[in-house]
Design a protein around this ligand. Structure first.
Ligand SMILES: [Ca+2]
Ligand SMILES: [Ca+2]
Length: 411
């Protein structure tokens, strides 16, 4: 049963212009000047009980007290930042051209962890090595998973095996291949859920207006989130609880550019890139059964898009923002729920926009089954935000298309 969610979306009330040093080289889309008004006053009428395991802060801190600190620069179009959660503290950054680089002790290692440039096609902006995640038992088995497009544009989901700071390109085991009708909307996100299954985000295949209706069509993997069991079967097996008896777990997505699970609650967060008007964040409470219809292309965000009868099973976005909004953007980058060392950020979901460099903080006030979510525009970075990431301590990062990785820190 889905929890009742009380949605309160505030306009941009608390915006901190936080300029990392050195400044990202990527141009800032738009010339919006944001001043920092007083801290957001979240209606804190509900005080979560101390026994609630998810209980966190009931209001956001002051943006001025935080900054995005440069960790490394010089990467070539980084698009994913991941931890192996193996106790080494390493961060792994994907370069779209087909490499994975290691950040260890704050330094970017010269030698790639993985180099598969020979098989990755990235002629189009949305093609390339696009997603990475590590097996929950990576420390013992060395398995990690990637999502990339081949030279012909088709998607591959594959497993590789690592040894130390190196993964043999010949260790590839292909799990799933997906034909791509157009160069764009390839998705890319990979994440292991609290159920131990691998979730795979795939876009609708591309062009515009979902010309083949892939989002709503259950006979294609395009426009879906797949769920597979990589611990059983030949390469993988279909989990018994999958709603349609195959790999498909959810549908109605346009281009889910980043999905993540809250490492404490197990809730699923999705950033689904819109077409011309609306960017959306979807939220699925832990334990929700598969078969969810996120609505594309009948809806873009919460708004009518393609003609046709209303979908009776539409799972609407938790948040959306408009391309027309001064404080909006044009391409959402889904992020993570913060579970690091700073108590004031516990349970806050961060997400951003590639075009404007804005970062929103979504506060969740826990109140039994009636949690309240409030999204507030919080940082103006000036960066082209391609992805967020968390390290094994739960600290938050983002990567810029200009080649940098930044970390959220208290000043
Ligand atoms: Ca495509
Ligand atoms: Ca949707």
């Amino acid at each position: 049963m889905r929890r009742l969610i009380l949605l309160l979306t505030l306009p941009a009330l608390a915006c901190g212009l936080v300029t990392p040093a050195p400044q990202p080289t990527a141009p800032t889309a738009g010339s919006v000047s944001i001043t920092a008004p007083p801290p957001t006053a979240i209606p804190a009428s509900e005080t979560p009980a101390a026994t609630q395991p998810l209980a966190g802060p009931t209001r956001l801190p002051r943006a001025d007290d935080y900054e995005w600190r440069l960790v490394v620069s010089g990467l070539e179009r980084p698009v994913d930042v991941q931890s192996a959660r193996d106790g080494t503290g390493r961060l792994f950054v994907i370069e779209k051209i087909g490499r994975i680089r290691i950040i260890e002790n704050g330094n970017l290692a010269d030698a790639p962890f993985l180099n598969i440039e020979d098989r990755v096609g990235e002629d189009d902006n949305e093609q390339g090595l696009l997603g990475l995640t590590f097996h929950p038992d990576f420390k013992n088995n060395g398995f990690f998973y990637v999502n990339y497009t081949k030279h012909n544009g088709d998607t591959v989901i594959a497993r590789f095996t690592a040894a130390g700071n190196f993964a043999d390109p010949n260790s590839e085991l292909k799990l799933i291949g997906v034909n791509q009708p157009f160069p764009n909307h390839n998705g890319g996100a990979l994440a292991f859920g609290p159920d131990g299954f691998l979730y795979i985000g795939l876009g609708d295949g591309g062009a515009a207006n979902d010309p083949f209706g892939n989002g709503q069509k259950l006979t294609t993997f395009l426009g879906k989130i797949l769920r597979i069991d990589v611990n059983n079967g030949d390469a993988y097996s279909i989990p018994a609880g999958n709603p349609f008896g195959d790999e498909v777990w959810a549908y109605g997505l346009r281009n889910p550019w980043r999905i993540s699970f809250d490492s404490l609650s197990g809730d699923l967060w999705i950033g689904d890139v819109g077409q011309g008007d609306w960017e959306e964040i979807d939220f699925v409470p832990a334990g929700t059964a598969g078969g969810i219809n996120f609505g594309w292309d009948r809806y873009e965000g919460g708004h009518d898009f393609a003609s046709g009868p209303n979908l009776q099973n539409h799972w609407p976005p938790l948040f959306e923002y408009s391309h027309a909004d001064t404080f909006g953007g044009c391409s959402v980058t889904g992020g993570y729920v913060y579970r690091g060392a700073l108590p004031e950020w516990q349970g806050v979901y961060f997400y951003g926009d590639y075009c404007t460099g804005y970062i929103w903080a979504a506060l969740r006030v826990v109140n039994g089954d009636d949690d309240t979510f409030t999204s507030t525009l919080f940082f103006e970075t000036g960066a082209l935000i391609t992805t967020f990431g968390v390290d094994e301590s739960g600290e938050l990062y983002f990567a810029s298309d200009g080649g940098q990785v930044y970390m959220l820190v208290a000043k």
